[in-house]
Write a protein that binds this ligand. Structure first.
Ligand code: SAH
Ligand code: SF4
Ligand code: F3S
Length: 450
């Protein structure tokens, strides 16, 4: 059997895409391997979101060129493929910089991989066409064994692309316009996953809460309606979704957090900054107070919800006062977790042209202050769990023998000592201790948990 090694960078959508490419190639007789050394086909599934992410690809490609040469000296051919957002953004430029690359394939062309690989045998190939091809309709469904090997939690992309054009962001250019998969297609995929043993699905989209897919009644359904339908799929116990935009957080979706027990009390809702001036310059189309009011509504529907966000420090023109506004927003909302980034100018985005770029040293200092604050809140959130009893879905072996690891509804990692429970069980766990990255607890009988 031929072997393929797939390495995904960037967001969860790339993880999902990597799996779907493995499925396409599996149907072509490729088996996945965890190391590049024994792979006949090496596929880098790349990310373009920040300069460092894009830069990593070229470093990696340099190493892979050497591997390819070493294998060739042994009489073995290696095909080198670059997929993902760098492929989309840079296209043929990638092969100019690294001639060892055989094929460059953008995120909307993965269903064409077999044909493109055949072409790439004769000459170098680039395919970065954006839809309207129905990629999802043409990707083969994963086999039950492949699903199980990936675990009992699964990603399902339901929406792709973005029409928001935040001034700093490459995604609208690398993933194209917003597109939602039809409900029937999503339901069929989730049913297949559930039949293979998946219990926990995370619905993915660059703007997942802008989902507006064709419903089973021919009308357009929003994300809330889709989740109501997926909650009916036997075996699906937990539903999450990411990433959402504040402007698309409608009342139906907020109500789903109150009404659907399968919808987990966790919401990743990036705000990016706290200053209205910066939010406007970022083209976010919401203010800090609008975000606060939205959070109030979400908490009214689901008081225990764990909130998460993304932040950018040092957007062009960000003053000390603007940055203080970000800290103030963080203090007001108190996130259970957050990702923090230094602004990185990206070619082709409006913000990269601004002349008011912030000094690197200032960015560093702001990043540290923001990280310290969100870390404090994260620890507080985790410590507040001690003494509480929550349902944990056991997903994998723990760090030490006799331990199993799983997640709380709030997406926290938990380790329990147990000889009697199995992966795939949902058990009630009393949290006894909060470590820096994991909670520790003990299983208790469900009757005693209430
Ligand atoms: N679609 C999602 C996430 C997009 S990328 C959303 O709208 O929230 C994930 C995160 O990367 C963004 O939320 C943002 O915080 C960060 N990011 C995007 N472009 C960036 C840039 N040029 N520099 C630094 N961080 C960036
Ligand atoms: Fe990028 Fe903004 Fe779209 Fe998110 S909403 S993907 S940050 S342009
Ligand atoms: Fe990166 Fe593309 Fe995702 S740029 S964050 S891999 S959408």
């Amino acid at each position: 059997m031929k072997k393929v090694h797939i390495k995904s960078y960037g967001c969860q959508m790339n993880v999902y895409d990597g799996q779907r490419m493995a499925d396409v190639l599996g149907a072509e007789g490729f088996e996945e391997t965890a190391t590049p050394d024994d792979a006949d086909l090496i596929l880098l599934n790349t990310c373009h979101i920040r300069e460092r992410a894009a830069h990593k690809v070229y470093t990696e490609l340099g190493k892979l060129r050497e591997l390819k040469q070493a294998r060739k000296a042994d009489g073995r051919e290696t095909t080198l493929v670059v997929a993902g957002c760098v492929a989309q953004a840079e296209g043929a430029e990638i092969q100019r910089r690294q001639p060892a690359v055989d094929l460059v394939v953008g995120p909307q062309a993965y269903h064409r991989l077999p044909a493109l690989l055949a072409e790439a045998r004769a000459s170098r190939v680039v395919d970065t066409d954006l839809p309207p091809d129905d990629k999802f309709g043409h990707l083969p469904a994963p086999k039950p064994a492949a699903i199980l090997a990936r675990g009992i939690s699964a990603f399902v992309t339901v929406q792709e692309g973005c029409d928001k054009f935040c001034a700093f962001c490459v995604v609208p250019y690398t993933r194209g316009a917003e597109f939602s998969r039809p409900v029937a297609q999503v339901v069929a995929e989730v049913e297949r996953l559930a039949e293979a043993g998946v219990q926990d699905v995370t619905l993915l989209g660059q703007n997942v809460n802008a989902y507006h897919g064709e419903g089973q009644d021919g009308r357009i359904w929003g994300l809330a309606r889709l989740m109501h339908r997926l909650a009916e799929v036997p075996g699906i116990a937990r539903i999450r979704y990411t990433t959402s935009h504040p402007r698309d957080m409608d009342d139906d979706l907020i109500a789903a957090h109150r009404d659907l027990p399968q919808v987990m009390p966790f919401l990743h809702l990036p705000v990016q900054a706290g200053s209205d001036r910066i939010l406007a310059a970022m083209n976010r189309k919401h203010t800090g107070d609008e975000y606060r009011r939205l959070i109030d509504k979400v908490r009214a529907a689901r008081p225990d919800i764990a909130l998460s966000s993304d932040f950018i420090v040092g957007f062009p023109g960000e003053s000390d006062h603007d940055f203080e506004e970000t800290l103030r927003l963080v203090e007001d909302v108190r996130f259970a977790s957050a990702y923090t980034f230094k602004y990185s100018p990206r070619p082709g985005t409006p913000a990269a042209e601004l002349e008011t770029q912030v000094e690197p040293a200032v960015m560093d200092e702001r990043l540290q202050r923001l990280q310290a604050l969100v870390e404090r809140h994260r620890q507080e959130f985790n410590h507040a769990m001690v003494g509480r009893t929550v349902e944990v879905l056991l997903e994998r072996a723990g760090r030490h023998p006799g331990q199993l690891a799983g997640k709380t509804p709030y997406l926290q990692a938990v380790q329990i000592e147990t000889a009697t429970h199995r992966i795939g069980e949902r058990v009630m766990v009393t949290i006894e201790r909060a470590g820096s990255n994991s909670l520790f607890g003990r299983a208790v009988p469900r009757e005693l948990a209430a």
